[in-house]
Design a protein around this ligand. Structure first.
Ligand code: GTP
Ligand code: SPV
Ligand code: MN
Length: 601
């Protein structure tokens, strides 16, 4: 173990017993009354048995074994297809600690409500105990949890998405501490559905949904909402970010962490394939993670990051051989598809895949365009990260990877240029806090509505955003003896700027490497930019655009700076920061006012 890792060492809990876990399982069994209890060991044999059982009862449907070996289709209840933010609560003793960014319920009331739903809910069912580890099993940055569920589909997904089973149980035995997640699909009744978090108790209770972030409790519930609370107390960051390594022709790799809201391009950027010219020159892209990033300062002052997940729960629609060939290769076998369509030869299909017409839509009806898209817009694949051709061996490194740049971005049809760089850490935190994006199908509710989504964490921060901003700012006040350049540079990108015709102006996907290259050269002090009140902007000639055809309008809108538009944006940002009242850090308000004054002057 080297010096960088030593500082990660936290107080290990004394004792080496599973008493607390056994007692909790017994207590839950007494409440939920299952017919059977099964402790998951994560083995292939266990997975094969569960898969057979789900194929037999129709929870899973077979897909074409020739084109998609060991791959299955799951059709969820049509009223259970995405995260439900309006039914997701953070239950802190004081409402102000959850903040205006969360729905809140008093812990006692929330426990009573949930325990009433859980009472007897597993009669006739099996209770599965899933011990899991978020992050490499031997990393000091990793944390363990146990999910209790009555859904074998959840077990199968957790096995792919986390390090699940015997090794995790052994670590829990050594540490004596774990996050408790209790889940039941209940009757999948949207009126009896709640996702409750008790950060002080390291506890999650989720009832009434079997879908994604509502039910795979290691993901958003543990690795973001509970972990963000722990991270604040312990001096690290739990973020909704991809992690990607960019290797230049000289063989040097820079790691970049990027926060984009749900369904705004993390999986795609994490797996991008370089444009032809870059490939020939020797550029390579390495995937570490596509959704969640845990990072903390090492002894050298740099931020070291791990991907707490072991798999991808990725958006299917739009994934194709031209947009994301790495993803398509990844999901060619051993994959669970949820709510996609199928062709008449039982291949999974979704909008944007190819020009075929599917036979059945995501609900299993004969495909009829009058019923809307064939695949649900939030249909997903669950697949092990190890199947990804660009998966980096560094993703398994217990010490994590050093982060050179942090990127924020969202879907902004207007105003926001392709890329700009924050002047310093404090400005970068404001850039993150100011993030906005149009809503997507990843959560229930209207799609395409602009909303503030600071650091892409609006649905996932387990405490008051004002305190979260202060926590972010605190990293900028770190040890003065450390080099100032140790912290990553912060950038903002917008792949989704639209022209007068309503079409995207930037080609996106693999071409985004051109923007990442500029960032890396900025980190290395080798690229130019123009100073503006909102930060450093590249001129078009500062970015390699060889082979990219951009109209004059695209040039103007992607690289230009609209002073009047930004004045209005900063006025709205000032109002937004006021929503958090006196708790908003003064340094953030000062930064907003400084820039607003420069925009006016
Ligand atoms: P979550 O898993 O919900 O957190 O989403 P994500 O951020 O990983 O989103 P993902 O990469 O799956 O992208 C979602 C949608 O955005 C897909 O339909 C993509 O085709 C589209 N998309 C991704 N990158 C780009 C891009 O660079 N340009 C454009 N125009 N669309 C993109
Ligand atoms: C997201 O919505 O940001 C996702 C999918 O990554 S879910 O696991 O459902 O949260
Ligand atoms: Mn996500």
């Amino acid at each position: 173990m080297n010096a960088a890792v030593d500082v990660f060492k936290r107080n290990e809990f004394q004792g080496s017993s599973l008493d607390a876990l056994n007692a909790w399982v017994a207590e839950v069994a007494a409440l939920t009354q299952p017919d059977h209890i099964h402790w998951c060991d994560g083995s292939d044999a266990e997975n094969a048995r569960l898969t057979q059982q789900m194929l037999a009862d129709g929870t899973l449907l077979p897909l074409n074994p020739e084109t998609h070996p060991h791959s299955w289709l799951h059709r969820s209840s049509p009223s259970d297809v995405a995260r439900v933010e309006h039914l997701t609560f953070v239950c802190t003793p004081q409402q102000e600690d959850a903040g205006p960014n969360n729905h809140w319920m008093a812990p006692a009331e929330a426990h009573a409500k949930m325990d009433a739903l859980f009472a007897g809910c597993m009669r006739g069912r099996t209770l599965y105990v899933i011990p899991y580890c978020m992050g490499p099993i031997d990393s000091p940055l990793s944390r363990c949890g146990v999910e209790i569920t009555d859904s074998p589909y959840v077990v199968a997904n957790m096995r792919i998405m986390t390090r699940m089973g015997a090794a995790a149980l052994a670590r829990i035995g050594r540490e004596g501490t774990f996050v408790k997640g209790l889940h039941s699909t209940g009757e999948l009744d949207p009126d009896r559905r709640f996702i409750m978090h008790f950060p002080e108790e390291l506890t999650i209770k989720s009832f009434g949904s079997g879908y994604g972030g509502n039910a795979l409790l290691g993901k958003k519930c543990h690795a973001l909402r509970i972990a963000s609370h722990q991270a604040r107390q312990e001096g690290w960051l739990a973020e909704h970010m991809l992690i990607v390594g960019i290797e230049n022709p000289q063989g040097e790799t820079h790691y970049i962490a990027a926060a984009f809201p749900s369904a705004c391009g993390k999986t795609n950027l994490a797996m991008l394939i370089p444009p032809e010219g870059y490939r020939q020159a020797g550029w390579k892209v390495w995937t570490i993670g596509d959704d969640i990033c845990w990072m903390r300062p090492g002894a050298d002052g740099r931020l070291y990051a791990i991907n707490p997940e072991a798999g991808f729960f990725g958006v299917a629609p739009g994934t194709s051989d031209s947009s994301n060939p790495n993803a398509l290769a990844t999901i060619s076998h051993h994959t669970i598809f949820t709510n996609v369509a199928v062709t008449d030869d039982q291949e999974p299909w979704w909008e944007g895949l190819d020009s075929r017409t599917p036979a059945l839509d995501w609900q299993g009806r004969k495909y009829d365009p009058a019923n809307g898209p064939a695949a649900h817009p939030n249909s997903r694949f669950t697949v092990s990260a190890r199947q990804c051709p660009s998966y980096s061996a560094k993703a398994e490194d217990p010490q994590g990877v050093p982060i050179s740049a942090i990127v924020f971005g969202g879907r902004r049809a207007s105003l926001v240029p392709l890329v700009f760089e924050a002047r310093d850490w404090t400005h970068g935190v404001l850039v993150g806090a100011a993030m906005g994006s149009e809503t997507t199908a990843a959560a229930t509710g209207a799609v395409g509505v602009m909303r503030r989504d600071p650091m892409a964490m609006k649905p996932f921060c387990g405490y008051n955003f004002a305190d979260y901003f202060a926590h972010w700012l605190s990293f900028g006040q770190a040890d003065a003896t450390l080099p100032k350049t140790a912290l990553p540079k912060i950038f903002h990108v917008n792949w989704f700027r639209k022209g007068g015709d309503g079409k995207f102006l930037w080609p996106g996907f693999g071409e985004n490497l051109r923007v990442l290259e500029w960032m890396i050269r900025r980190v290395e002090g080798k690229a130019d930019a123009v100073e503006t009140p909102i930060g450093h902007l590249p001129r078009a000639e500062d970015i390699n655009l060889d082979g990219v055809a951009l109209s004059d309008e695209a040039h103007e809108l992607l690289f230009g700076f609209d002073r009047a538009g930004w004045q209005a944006e900063f006025a709205r940002l000032g109002e937004y920061l006021q929503e958090f009242g006196a708790r908003t850090p003064q340094a953030l308000k000062d930064e907003q006012q400084r820039i607003a004054a420069r925009l006016a002057g």
